[in-house]
Ligand binder design. Structure first.
Ligand code: UD1
Length: 429
């Protein structure tokens, strides 16, 4: 298995291109199942999760073709992929596929809406918490689906089609909002989703669906209205920039010091996280080409954060922020409210010399003067990249094992960082 070796101590200076958002790309790909016509997605990041989901969709009958497979000479441009679901050949998503990737459970929405039935495996355990699917099931039931959960599978039927409904999510869920919104596009009548997720990826999906002929209003607010239509058509849509990748690199610069332009990044997508970074002492500037992040030699100020649904501080940046706080002047309290078990990086950061005490969903991080490189391993995507960030500021070599987690969600991470002066390389096993 590949590993990544980071030798700490260099500042970051230069330009880092920001890729298309993984968390928008996945639901957009799944939305291709809602129409018989081609859905063309531009600015698709080259990630293991995108490849896995393409294969999963192919199992349902979705053909896909990558335009101009060669990387641009500068390696910066996202890919364009055509998805073509003229015929759905299988409405079952088996355990072998869904257990590999939780987001593939989301096919339940389009399958039910277009085919009137779906049989989808429960996603199973996940490193960052229990992550149930009750909200998906309840929102689809509200639209008239008959749903049974048996033998590890969710079986859903709507023989006469889904019906518009009013549904209030008892808890904010990004995935359940994506799925209910997709399902409602082809329902009879109007669906109103209350307490919906407001994440920019939900808005991006809504914009694409509207381009495909859906009637949606309110995406980006907590009440989304969807007036069902008989069918959707093909469309060409560019995926929005990845705000989590943006925040991750911004934290890397905050950690090492330096001056980097995050090309293509949009500050509006992560206001809260950028505000927090400014409080730590970083300079952030929105420019035409992207966001400039800089920190001079001054120390890092400790700041408390609590993760929250958008527009709050994203749980997907919690681990990276914790890495930054390990070297802050003072104490930072980091509270995780989205996933109950998202502190696995704590033990690994401690291997580098970090001082962190976990009490329930609160981590108390006391900044230390120095981190020292060590072999580390992480069990999820964002935790892995937090170890890379810590490694950039540690003395000596940090070897991050199980790199496949990083490849799931960060496009050419080591290439992007080394272009800005980091000493980072991949060792192929
Ligand atoms: C998405 C993102 C993930 C991010 C998360 C929160 C993708 C592929 N993943 O995940 O990167 O960390 O949003 O911003 O876009 N819940 C239930 N019942 C349900 C569904 C969810 O109780 O039926 C709970 C979850 O356990 C969790 C919370 O709701 O505590 C939020 O989960 P959700 O927003 O659904 O996360 P995902 O869509 O899985």
């Amino acid at each position: 298995m590949d590993s990544i070796v980071v030798t700490g101590g260099n500042t970051l200076n230069g330009t880092i291109p920001i890729s298309g958002a993984k968390n928008a790309t996945l639901p957009l790909m799944i939305a291709s199942m809602l129409t018989e016509e081609p859905l063309v997605l531009e600015n698709v990041p080259e990630l293991a999760d995108v490849n896995s989901l393409s294969r999963i969709l192919a199992n349902h009958g979705v053909d896909y073709r990558v335009e101009g497979k060669k990387r641009e000479s500068n390696g910066l441009a996202g890919r364009t992929i055509h998805f073509f679901a003229d015929e759905i050949v299988d409405t079952t998503a088996p355990y072998e596929l869904v257990s590999k990737m939780r987001a593939s459970f989301w096919v339940i929405g389009p399958l039910l809406a277009r085919m009137g039935k779906a049989r989808v495996s429960l996603p199973g355990g996940c490193a960052i918490g229990t992550r149930p699917v009750d909200l998906f099931i309840e929102s689809l039931r509200a639209m008239g689906a008959e749903i049974d959960v048996e033998a590890g599978y969710v079986t859903a039927n709507a023989p006469g089609g889904l019906k518009g409904a009013q549904y209030r999510f008892p808890k904010v869920s990004v995935g359940a909002t994506h799925v209910a919104m997709m399902a409602a596009t082809l329902a009879k009548g109007t669906t109103v989703l209350e307490n919906a997720a407001r994440e920019p990826e939900v808005t991006d999906l809504a914009q694409c669906l509207v381009g495909m002929g859906a009637r949606i209003s309110g995406a980006g607010t907590s009440t989304i209205s969807i007036e069902g239509v008989d069918s959707l058509h093909g469309y060409r849509h560019a995926v929005l920039p990845d705000r989590i990748e943006t925040g991750t690199f911004a934290m890397a610069v905050a950690m090492t010091g330096g001056d980097v332009l995050l090309k293509g990044a949009q500050a509006g997508l992560l206001e809260n996280a950028l505000d927090v970074l400014v409080q730590t002492g970083v300079t952030i500037e929105q420019k035409n080409e992207g966001i400039r992040v800089a920190r001079n030699g001054a120390g890092i100020r400790a700041v408390d954060v609590t993760t929250d649904p958008f527009p709050g501080f994203p749980t997907d940046l919690q681990a990276q922020f914790m890495a930054l706080m390990t070297k802050a002047d003072g104490v930072s309290n980091i509270r995780e409210t989205i996933f109950e078990n998202r502190f696995m990086h704590v033990q690994e950061l401690a291997r580098l010399g970090a001082d962190i005490k976990v009490d329930g969903n609160n981590a108390r991080v006391t900044g230390v003067r120095k981190l020292t490189g060590a072999p580390v391993m992480a069990t999820d995507l964002r935790a892995s990249v937090s170890l890379v960030i810590a490694g950039l500021a540690a003395e000596g070599d940090t070897t991050v094992n199980r790199v496949y987690h990083l490849d799931r969600g960060f496009e050419r991470l080591e290439e992007k960082l080394s272009a800005c002066g980091a000493s980072i390389k991949r060792i192929s096993a």
